[in-house]
Design a binder for this molecule. Structure first.
Ligand code: C2E
Ligand code: CA
Ligand code: CA
Ligand code: CA
Length: 278
């Protein structure tokens, strides 16, 4: 018994039990948050850099916790990924974003898309493609108006066939983008094998533009390579006018960032869209 007690103490000291308790706690609280409608989506406009017109938005989750206020996803998404709560939460994000996007779609003379972040854990669920299809069918959103953002890390997952899932999503008609492009460790070979439509230049490179030669060089190389492969490019995290100019001059297709607009609540996003005049 003494031996047992010491092991338990060591477990405590190692932080293992804390981690387990915390995980269960976040899991329960997130699932409750879902039921209590404490989760909400903000939308950040994405514009065509050539003429500034809005082409769509990225949906970004927020948790309006009565105790902690509005929480950013960096605080709870990593927990939700470990606990698995990201699966129901992610399904909610998909259906909510599609529901919202169809309303814009019906109001706007221009086609607008919505981008949804998909975590690796969610993507690996056996029924992920079915969940996406369900969100499209329930909302009536044309599949080409939905863009799924995945990270390069996902391409290294070995226990499912990532390529099969990506092709199945492509057959649904949705668009696929690689988020935080250039920060992962996967080989570039996937770009010619997988049905990717868009690369998103990570904010860390955009931040150094135009002053830092290395960041500027990486960004322009990504743009050239993407266009050579028939892909579109979004620069994220644009915070200055000089970044807009540089990226536009170097042919970057689209941009998003605080300089253009912050992520906005559902009620405030509509004013960003072109209005139907007839
Ligand atoms: P991300 O997908 O790379 O999203 C871009 C993040 O950069 C967002 O942070 C956005 O608010 C922020 N951002 C946009 N423009 C600027 C800028 O000009 N400067 C700076 N400094 N930041 C900018 P946010 O909303 O806190 O989201 C953080 C991350 O959480 C996201 O990074 C994404 O990985 C994850 N996330 C957000 N929503 C979801 C979701 O619905 N599902 C999943 N699985 N992950 C999500
Ligand atoms: Ca993203
Ligand atoms: Ca990103
Ligand atoms: Ca990121």
């Amino acid at each position: 018994a003494k031996e047992h007690g010491r092991n338990r103490y060591q477990l405590y000291r190692s932080g293992l039990i804390d981690a387990v308790v915390e995980r269960l706690d976040i899991d329960t609280r997130l699932r409750q948050a879902l039921e209590r409608a404490e989760l909400t989506l903000h939308y950040q406009p994405i514009v065509a850099l050539a003429d500034g017109r809005v082409i769509g938005t990225e949906a970004l989750i927020r948790w309006n916790d009565p105790e902690h206020g509005l929480m950013r996803p960096d605080v709870f998404i990593p927990h939700a990924e470990r606990s698995g709560a990201i699966v129901p939460v992610g399904a909610w994000v998909l259906s909510e974003a599609c529901r919202q996007a169809i309303a814009w779609h019906q109001d706007s003379p221009e086609p607008l898309s919505v981008s949804v972040n998909v975590s690796a854990r969610q993507f690996q669920e056996p029924n992920f493609v079915g969940t996406v299809e369900q969100a499209l069918v329930d909302s009536g959103l044309p599949p080409s108006r939905l863009q799924l953002e995945i990270t390069e890390g996902l391409l290294l997952v070995v226990n499912i066939n990532v390529a099969d899932t990506l092709h199945a999503l492509k057959r649904l008609g949705v668009r696929l983008s690689i988020d935080d492009f250039g920060t992962g460790y996967s080989s570039l070979a996937y770009l010619k094998q997988l049905p990717i439509d868009v690369l998103k230049i990570d904010r860390s490179f955009v931040a150094g533009i135009p002053e830092r030669m290395d960041d500027a060089q990486i960004a322009t190389t990504i743009i050239t390579m993407a266009h050579g492969l028939g892909l579109r490019v979004v620069a994220e995290g644009i915070e200055t006018e000089r970044q807009v100019h540089f990226l536009r001059e170097h042919g970057c297709d689209y941009g998003q960032g605080y300089f253009i607009a912050r992520p906005l609540p559902e009620k405030e996003i509509a004013r960003w869209f072109p209005k139907d005049h007839h």
